[in-house]
Design a binder for this molecule. Sequence first.
Ligand SMILES: [Zn+2]
Length: 106
Amino acid sequence: MQEWKGVRCIKTNNEKGCALCDATWGEYYRDIEGERTFFCCNICADIFESMVNNVKKRTGWGFIDYINLEGNYNRGRECEARSGDKIYRYYFRTYGDGRMMKFEDR
Ligand SMILES: [Zn+2]
């Protein structure tokens, strides 16, 4: 049984397409923090999921409201996550298969 009460959807600055890269092609859905989230492919979903886990582990936050992502696969991504009035900045880069290569505080 899915517990929908109190579930908070993570919004990102990618509003048109994939939550990670904003691509509008493809159609892949995965539940992230209890919310059905659109991705272009399973690799973006893997990356997003492990990124969210990293953020929550490092901040101790119970939920994330919003994530701003700047960058791309080659450069890595500079991000800013928000939970209520709290802000956490970080950088991450992944391998081609979606595994985390680097994740650091900013
Ligand atoms: Zn994507």
